[in-house]
Write a protein that binds this ligand. Sequence first.
Ligand SMILES: [Zn+2]
Length: 235
Amino acid sequence: MVHPTEGVVLFDCGYTRRFHEATRSFPQSIYASLTKVTIREEEEARRQVDPDTVRHVLISHLHGDHVGGLRDFPKATCWTSSACLELFDALPQWRSWARGVLKEMFPDDWRETCQTFESTSPVHHPELGRGHDVFGDGSVLVFPLPGHAKGQHGALVQTEDGPVFLAADAFWDIRAVTERKEPNPIVRVFFDDMKAYAETLERLRTFHTNHPTIPLLGTHCPVAAQRIVPFDSQP
Ligand SMILES: [Zn+2]
């Protein structure tokens, strides 16, 4: 999104080819073999948006496919939840891959410079619960979406076309919300807490029932993918 005063704001920054470098050797290579991803350079976030213009990057959770571009936006302020920072601190480098975290992908000063959602004003949403107002103007509200990964947050963002909810990996397919479809077993590999995952989905179902016109966009959801427009052709 382009915030009227804060400038370009990214929510996560995708895979980059650094993922291949970080997972070249064992045991990190297990992560690569589970995800079987191919990364095309032209699809990386830095090729979608001029890195010099990006002022803020909000990180939903620490998985490699959400933080891969972080090193490409050195001028941006990075934000994430305090639970994500705690996880980062608690994971030893040699086995962080088993939680979907590759520490090599984070900028060297990331831990010292990253800001927390919790340092901003608290808000309360009827369905989404307690969250935070990142810029203090209601434009980007973040809410915990526990279950898939420790500390995961989603964002209710006001765009020129109305509000959208960026749900990160709270579901892989919107039919988990609309039709109660169970996730494919492979996506459960790195799950943090299945019970919390189910509770999060239930909250999103209530949100969707009460706000059927607000799009719920999951990072890996095929329906969300159909909405993608190249950044430079956006109004
Ligand atoms: Zn994830």
